[in-house]
Design a protein around this ligand. Structure first.
Ligand SMILES: Cc1ncc(COP(=O)(O)O)c(C=O)c1O
Length: 385
C-alpha cells in the first residue's frame, strides 16, 4: 500500500499542530500547546549566538558536547546527589522527545509490554508502536489523578519496561515520595527497566517536591532519566535534551539515537551547558512565577464553572467539560476558537481509552495578561452545548 502522510503506523497526526494552527487562523488566544510567551535568560541566548558566530558549527560528538554532558552530570549531583560519569552515563538528545524515542527504541523489543500512566504524553504511544511494543496503560483516575498502586502492580505483571512521567503532563500531578517508593518496590519486584520522563523537574509548586526515581534505593541501576532545557529554561524551541543513568541503559539510548539524528545542535549545547552551570536559580524563579499564573487560570476557569484541580507542577490544568454540558472534548475544543477566541487541547489525545473524553487541558505558561484575556473571552462567550 502506498504510504500516506496522515497516518504513520496507524497513528493519526498530533492534535497540537491542528490546535496551534487554529489559534493562528482565528486569532485566538492559545492556551493549548505548552510553550511560554517569554524566552529564557538573555546570557544563555548570547552564548548560543557566540557559538554560532565563533566557529562552533560542526558536528558535535554523537553523545553530545563534553561541556554539556559534564553540566548535566553536575546538575544531577548538585540537585539530587546522583553521581554520573559524563563520558558514559549521559547522552545529549534532540529534546526530551528524542530521548523518549531513543529509550523506547533502544530498550523495547517487538512484543514487549510497556507500562505507562494514562493520560500520557502523546509521543509515548507512537514510540511504543514504532518499537513494536505493547502498551499497557494505568489510568490516573479523574478528578484527583493520583496513582493507583494496585493497578500499577497488576499491569506490571510480565512487563519489561515501565515508562513513568513526573511531574506529569497533562494532569499536573507530582508523584509523592511515598508513591515513588511504591513504584520502586513494584519495579524491583517485577525486575523492570524504568524510563522516567522528568522534563518538568523544576516546575513544581509550593507544597510538592520532585523526587527522581533514580535516587531511591536500588533504582539507579535500572532507571534511565530523561529531561531537557525546554521547560526548565523557557527554550522549548531549542530541543536540547538528555538521558542519564547507568552505562548500559544510556548506551541503548545512544544506540538508537545514532540512527535518528546522529547528533544534536552543537551551538545550542554550549548555551545549555551555561544555563545549567550558571543560571541555577532561574528555574526556581520561573516556577514561583508560574504558580501565580496557575492560580490566575484556575480561578478564572472556576469563575466560568470549570473547576480544575490545582496542579502541583508543570504548565497545565485539566477541567471536566461536563460541568458545561459537553461530553466530547474534541468537539468542544474545535468549537472554542469560533465561540470564544480561545484554544485548548482535548483530553482524549492523551488517552487510548474513553476515560479522557470529557477532559480539556489548559496551559498557564502564558503571560498573565494573555491568561486574563483568555478568561475574559471565555466568560463573555456562550459555552453552552
Ligand atoms: C511529558 C513531556 N515529555 C517530553 C516533552 C518534550 O520535550 P522536548 O520539547 O524537550 O522534546 C514534553 C513537551 O511538551 C512533555 O510534556
Amino acid at each position: 500500500m502506498r504510504p500516506t502522510a496522515d497516518r504513520i503506523h496507524g497513528i493519526p497526526p498530533t492534535i497540537f499542530s491542528e490546535m496551534s494552527a487554529l489559534a493562528v487562523k482565528t486569532g485566538a488566544i492559545n492556551l493549548g500547546q505548552g510553550f511560554p510567551d517569554a524566552d529564557g535568560p538573555r546570557r544563555v541566548i548570547d552564548r548560543a549566538v557566540h557559538a554560532l558566530t565563533h566557529g562552533e558549527n560542526q558536528y558535535p560528538p554523537g553523545s553530545g558536547r563534553p561541556s554539556l554532558r559534564a553540566a548535566v552530570a553536575e546538575h544531577q549531583r548538585r540537585r539530587y546527589g546522583l553521581t554520573l560519569d559524563p563520558a558514559t552515563e549521559v547522552v545529549i538528545t534532540t529534546g526530551c522527545t528524542e530521548a523518549i524515542a531513543g529509550a523506547i527504541l533502544g530498550l523495547v523489543n517487538p512484543g514487549d509490554p510497556v507500562v505507562m500512566l494514562e493520560p500520557f504524553y502523546d509521543s509515548y504511544l507512537a514510540m511504543v508502536r514504532f518499537a513494536g511494543g505493547v502498551r499497557r496503560a494505568v489510568t490516573l483516575p479523574a478528578p484527583d489523578f493520583r496513582l493507583d498502586v494496585a493497578a500499577l502492580d497488576a499491569a506490571c505483571e510480565g512487563a519489561k519496561v515501565l515508562l513513568l512521567n513526573t511531574p506529569h503532563n497533562p494532569t499536573g500531578t507530582v508523584l509523592t515520595r511515598a508513591e515513588l517508593e511504591a513504584v520502586a518496590e513494584i519495579a524491583l519486584r517485577h525486575d523492570l527497566t524504568v524510563i522516567t520522563d522528568e522534563v518538568y523537574e523544576h516546575l513544581v509548586f509550593t507544597g510538592s517536591e520532585h523526587v527522581p526515581l533514580a535516587t531511591l534505593p536500588g533504582m539507579f541501576e535500572r532507571t534511565v532519566t530523561l529531561s531537557s532545557v525546554g521547560k526548565s529554561y523557557s527554550f522549548t524551541g531549542w530541543k536540547v535534551g538528555w538521558a542519564s543513568g547507568p552505562t548500559d541503559l544510556v548506551a541503548a539510548v545512544l544506540g538508537a539515537k545514532q540512527w535518528l539524528s546522529f547528533t544534536s545542535a552543537g551551538p545550542l549545547q554550549e548555551a545549555v551547558a551555561l544555563a545549567l552551570d550558571e543560571e541555577q536559580v532561574w528555574p526556581a524563579e520561573l516556577a514561583a512565577d508560574l504558580q501565580v499564573r496557575r492560580d490566575l487560570l484556575c480561578d478564572g476557569l472556576a469563575s466560568i464553572g470549570l473547576h480544575a484541580r490545582r496542579p502541583e507542577g508543570t504548565y497545565f490544568a485539566i477541567t471536566d467539560i461536563t460541568e458545561l454540558g459537553w461530553t466530547d472534548s474534541l468537539e468542544f475544543c474545535r468549537a472554542l476558537p469560533e465561540r470564544a477566541g480561545v484554544v485548548a487541547i482535548p483530553g482524549q489525545v492523551f488517552y487510548d481509552s474513553a476515560a479522557g473524553q470529557h477532559l480539556v487541558r489548559w496551559a498557564f505558561c502564558k503571560d498573565a495578561a494573555v491568561i486574563e484575556e483568555g478568561v475574559r473571552r471565555l466568560a463573555a462567550a456562550d459555552l453552552s452545548k
